[in-house]
Design a protein around this ligand. Structure first.
Ligand SMILES: Cc1ncc(COP(=O)(O)O)c(C=O)c1O
Length: 396
């Protein structure tokens, strides 16, 4: 059974562990799901790859998520087992015949994405020319505006897409277009550009049955990333401007749905000047601190639950493994009196944290606990800093 704590401070005073801890805030995940579903004019699919921990999936379900972007047969099985009534969409453009067959015949999956005629032939053949396929053509779109681009691996070019859409029409019950603008996309106009490309395709093929605008909506790490609602406004306007009005929409966010729903707690094992050596790192729950960069809200919590009141300084962080890739260069702002045994709460860690962790080098991946306090974000960080300053000023 997963243990629950009222706050991050209570966790660190009562939970005696020398391993990293993932603190999931299910009420936050549920609330974010409700907000995004309310804002988006179509179905919101959750991209399971982003965080497949059961408490996170359960909170999403409670928040109203019923559609899932399951991009492997393992994810399809997991979602089917946990939520028999869920609708799974197989949104990986390259699938094995075995995975297609199991998804279609055993798990009732009908939506499949593809970006090549050979993949279409495979889906058609494996499903025995099924008459109830919902096929999506994945379009290649520019990755501008995204911190992590997804260009170069999947997607057909816009000049190839009309032929593929027409080929799909010969077999599909419905045919849609999909794209992914890249993860942690900070620019709503990236969706406008991508929808402009969809418009070009549709001018040649006639209307399609669905447009899936993918994921890419950002987590709010620095705090000034545009909110989901801004992206939705840009999408609605582009749909109208590019002659796509009336086409049903869906989206498949991962990061934006779950980022604020968890924190990772890592302990300092050694301080060497401005370098902190932690018990968690790039091969554990903190890969995003390297790939996204030093953007996440951090705060120090003493093992006795107290906050430090010292002024901040910039640190570089290092993970526990022997590999020098396991470093997370700063500036990571933490109190200047950080020491061995202190814990660091990394906020906004619900996305691509526990999903990417490994047991490389024999290090424990950490326990999962529930937290009932508010998400640890930039706003709470500022509040805790001004509180700390206030306490310090009173004491002085
Ligand atoms: C096909 C597809 N859909 C959705 C997502 C989720 O993206 P994000 O977490 O950036 O919203 C991904 C991520 O790689 C993806 O490949």
């Amino acid at each position: 059974m997963t243990t629950s704590y009222g706050s991050a401070e209570a966790l660190l005073t009562h939970h005696l562990s020398s391993h990293p801890i993932v603190g999931v805030r299910p009420h936050v995940v549920e609330r974010t799901a409700r907000r995004m579903i309310a804002a988006f004019p179509g179905d919101v699919l959750y991209a399971v790859k982003c965080n497949d921990a059961d408490p996170v999936l359960d909170a999403l379900w409670k928040g109203g998520i019923r559609h899932f972007d399951t991009a492997s047969i393992g994810e399809v099985r997991q979602i089917r087992r946990r939520f028999p009534g869920a609708i799974c969409h197989f949104m990986h453009p390259v699938k094995s015949p075995e995975a297609i067959a199991e998804a279609y015949f055993e798990h009732g999956v009908r939506s499949f994405v593809l970006d090549h005629e050979e993949e279409l032939a495979k889906i058609v053949q494996v499903t025995g020319r099924a008459k109830d396929l919902d096929l999506f053509v994945r379009l290649a779109v520019p990755g501008e505006g995204a911190v992590l681009t997804l260009t170069g691996k999947f997607g057909c070019e816009v000049h190839e897409a009309p032929a593929l859409v027409r080929a799909c029409r010969a077999f599909g019950r419905s045919v849609g277009i999909t794209f992914h603008v890249g993860s942690q996309c900070l620019d709503p106009t990236a969706f406008r550009r991508a929808l402009g490309l969809c418009g070009q395709v549709v001018r040649e093929t006639g209307p399609v049955d669905m447009i899936d605008v993918g994921g890419g909506f950002p987590g709010r790490y620095v705090g000034d990333e545009p909110a989901f609602e801004h992206f939705v406004a840009a999408i609605k306007k582009a749909v109208a401007d590019y002659g796509l009005s009336g086409t049903p929409l869906q989206c498949e966010p991962g990061r934006a749905l779950v980022a604020d729903g968890a924190s990772v707690f890592a302990r300092v094992e050694l301080r060497r000047g401005a370098s902190l050596y932690l018990n968690d790192g790039v091969y554990g729950n903190l890969a995003e601190l390297k790939w996204i960069g030093p953007q996440f809200p951090l705060r120090a919590i003493r093992a006795d639950g107290q906050r430090s009141e010292a002024p901040l300084m910039s640190y570089d962080l290092f993970g526990p493994t022997c590999d020098s890739i396991d470093s997370m260069p700063g500036p990571h702002w933490l109190p200047s009196d950080m020491d061995e045994g202190d814990w660091v709460e990394v906020g906004q860690m619900g996305a691509y944290s526990n999903a990417l962790r490994t047991r490389f080098n024999g290090f424990e991946t950490g326990t999962v606990v529930f937290l009932h306090d508010e998400a640890f974000d930039r706003v709470r960080l500022q509040e805790s800093r001004s509180e700390a300053t206030f306490v310090y000023a009173q004491a002085a």
